[in-house]
Ligand binder design. Structure first.
Ligand code: 6GU
Length: 250
């Protein structure tokens, strides 16, 4: 998958050159093409922003450099991909959106700064308005990196088998269970014995109970959804699933 990021601060995107995304970039499964909007200004002084019509604080990124930078991408790839504008005024990013964007071969991500971008440029090029949560950041680059990371790990070939397998067991909408590694005892705290039992069935059951308990406590919204989507697991009466129900209601 190819990401094309329109930005005034292309060097911020260098942060993606490490860890799992860095490995995928090296392999060629992913590419991140950071396009500097300033390179496209028609202004003698390389200006890309100006005062807002109607007054008010801050500066607005002008339409011309943004649209010309966008046109250069369209010309180089020969098609018109989706264009995501990172903005607190957008739809809140979630895993479902990540899955949807991961289907694209090319994705353009537009990062704003200052008090935003001239509305006419947005109307001309943007297809999707996305926020990463209810707080305000100084620019769209960190949100773009968050989105690129979340989308990338869904692209075939980015995660190895072990990493993918781990993912699959958590995409059931529950929070992760606790993990332990050596030593067996640390500052007086021991690893739960079930994890040393060698009984994989018991280990899986314990982990699932831990996930349910955690989700119920920390994210009751996710827990309610999980219960609705897995009614058989919470049925009353006899049956082996009763055990889970009892544990989860303690
Ligand atoms: Cl996408 N941009 C900015 N500037 N702030 C944000 C955001 C995006 N998402 C949450 N806060």
């Amino acid at each position: 998958m190819r990401f094309h990021v329109l930005t005034l601060f292309p060097q911020i995107l260098d942060g993606l050159n490490t860890s799992i995304t860095g490995r995928a970039l090296d392999k060629g499964v992913l590419s991140v093409n950071a396009v500097n909007i300033r390179d496209f200004t028609n202004s003698k002084h390389l200006k890309v922003d100006d005062y807002p019509y109607g007054g008010g604080a801050g500066l607005v990124m002008q339409a011309q450099p943004v649209c010309d930078a966008y046109d250069s991408i369209i010309e180089s790839i020969g098609k018109k991909p989706r264009v995501v504008y990172m903005t607190p005024q957008g739809h809140t990013f979630n895993q479902k959106m990540a899955q949807d964007f991961a289907k694209e071969d090319d994705l353009v991500i537009l990062c704003g700064h200052y008090e935003g971008i001239d509305e006419r440029a947005l109307n001309l090029i943007v297809t999707d308005y996305v926020s990463i949560g209810d707080y305000v950041l100084t620019g769209g680059e960190l949100p773009a990196m968050v989105m690129i990371d979340a989308i990338s790990r869904l692209v075939p070939g980015v995660l190895n088998n072990e990493e993918s397998a781990r993912t699959e067991s958590f995409c059931d909408g529950l929070l992760e269970y606790p993990q332990y590694s050596r030593p067996y005892e640390y500052k007086g705290m021991k690893v739960p014995d079930v994890l040393l039992s060698g009984n994989h069935g018991k280990v899986d059951e314990w982990r699932h109970e831990q996930s349910l308990e955690r989700t119920k406590k920390i994210r009751p919204d996710l827990y309610e959804r999980y219960v609705k989507e897995h009614p058989e697991e919470f049925e009353t009466g006899s049956g082996k699933n009763n055990l889970r129900r009892n544990v989860d209601e303690t």
